[in-house]
Design a protein around this ligand. Structure first.
Ligand SMILES: [Zn+2]
Length: 456
């Protein structure tokens, strides 16, 4: 069955569906589980695909088995530079838990199955077809469109985007970047579709709190100095801590669309009443609360607890609590450290903080020509839909681009048409990852229309 996309000829959509489906199946069959990655195999596949269509790109990066692929198309007149980017690697898959083998690219019941089907070889396939269409049609656009398939996104970014932006900025420096993330939709009670456009990303500051204790025989319980009890106090304190909420990264438009009750809405948009209002929203509409709550500020999530003890009858010298922390754009490690100290002020134990890795968040402005182009194309292709710019809680390679090129407008958006966010979200990094062939075709049609809108 061919997807219907408003204003686009069915025949063209059918062709895009065929081409993207064949490409995605082939890409899934190249196992780029990271670690170890082996992305150079995908880079070579893409190089061959572009050559067969009369286009030339460059395989770049290091080490030799972890390369990226970059190909550029210059338009018929001068203009800005737009990068379409998607990563080559995928997270590992344990085949025994899958309905279909994860690296076979099976097409069944209108879905393409396999690791990378939505994260994010789908966009590699979609963007490839955009590039060949633009070339076939005589490069009738202003500026330059650059296709970037980068290595090493899922587990490190030592090669990949970080390498490209620092070692080959000539290839990837751009005015606009369209990258993975964002584009899932939820259907509002009135039937309206709401799409998240990710214009920025929170930062991560992961750390471990190590609690020191008194060693000794456990037959005489310690009233003080038991590291395990201290760790429990740390977990509880972090869980219950209420950091100051801020409306800085809470778009009023998003609250208005997600919350229909005007009174609750007003309280959500007031810093003084927001905490209680979020709790109330959580009881009424868990999904809306889950979407909004992380936007209000820093979050602490204790995820791992370890004791150094090995014997049941011995008090351990230490215990540790590992914490996932997401911080708003503009925050740094020092500010998180101060917040942790405030959170643990009441804990009666000796503790130290060990940092595991910090990446500061960053964001592009929300009101830009790229935003206008995304909204205009979506309004045409999905009439009545709304696109709302928000900061995402997850990290993507857009972060490296904003850090390296301060003027770049970098957004994450790969819109779905058929399957909504409730259907798509659980499939990320999970078993039975798959994409509807109509969604795949739509992502390619959207990106093509975006190029024409932005650079037309
Ligand atoms: Zn991804």
């Amino acid at each position: 069955m061919t997807v219907e996309i408003a204003g686009i000829e069915a025949e063209l959509v059918a062709r895009v569906e065929r081409e993207t489906s064949a490409l995605l199946s082939a890409l899934i069959r190249i196992d780029t589980s990271n670690p170890p990655g082996n992305e150079s195999k995908v880079a070579a596949f893409l190089d061959d695909y572009f050559r067969r269509h009369g286009l030339r790109g460059e395989i770049v990066g290091e080490p030799a088995d972890r390369r990226s692929f970059v190909a550029s198309l210059t338009g018929s007149r001068p203009g800005p530079r737009l990068v379409l980017m998607a990563h080559e690697d995928v997270v590992p898959a344990a085949a025994e838990h899958w309905t279909e083998p994860p690296f076979a690219g099976v097409v069944k019941d209108g879905y393409i199955w396999g690791r990378g089907a939505i994260d994010v070889k789908n966009l590699l396939a979609a963007f490839c077809v955009v590039m060949t269409r633009l070339a076939e049609e005589g490069r009738d656009f202003a500026g330059e469109v650059v296709f970037v398939a980068e290595a090493d996104e899922e587990d490190g970014a030592v090669g990949g985007a970080r390498w490209l932006t620092s070692q080959r900025p000539d290839l990837v420096r751009c005015d606009y970047l369209l990258n993975e993330g964002g584009g899932e939709f939820l259907v509002m009670p009135g039937g309206q579709r709401l799409y998240e456009l990710h214009v920025g990303e929170k930062g991560t500051a992961q750390f471990r709190i190590v609690v020191a204790g008194e060693s000794g025989h456990a037959s005489v319980p310690l009233r003080r100095g038991n590291a395990v009890v201290g760790a429990a106090d740390v977990v509880r304190a972090l869980h219950e801590y209420e950091p100051r909420l801020s409306l800085e990264t809470v778009p009023a438009e998003y609250v208005e669309l997600l919350v229909s009750d005007p009174d609750l809405r007003a309280r959500l948009l007031d810093e003084g009443s927001a905490r209680a209002a979020l709790a109330e929203l959580g009881a009424r509409d868990r999904r809306a609360a889950d979407l909004l709550a992380p936007l209000y500020g820093v979050t602490f999530a204790p995820t791992i607890v370890h004791s150094s003890g090995v014997a049941v009858n011995v008090f351990p010298p230490s215990a540790a609590v590992t914490v996932d922390c997401r911080m708003p754009v503009g925050w740094d490690q020092a500010r998180v450290a101060a917040e942790v100290a405030a959170a643990l002020a009441g804990v009666d134990a000796r503790w130290e903080i060990e940092w595991l890795g910090t990446i500061e968040g960053n964001a592009s402005p929300a009101d830009t020509p790229l935003r206008q182009a995304v909204s205009a194309v979506m309004a045409r292709l999905v009439p009545g839909s709304r696109v709302v710019p928000v900061h995402s809680v997850g990290f993507t390679d857009s972060n490296w681009f904003r850090a390296a090129f301060p003027d770049v407008i970098a957004y994450n958006f790969g819109p779905f048409l058929v399957d909504d966010g409730d259907a798509v979200s659980p499939l990320f990094h999970n078993v039975d990852e798959r994409i509807n062939v109509r969604d795949l075709a739509f992502q390619s049609v959207f990106a093509y229309e975006l190029v024409k809108e932005l650079l037309g």
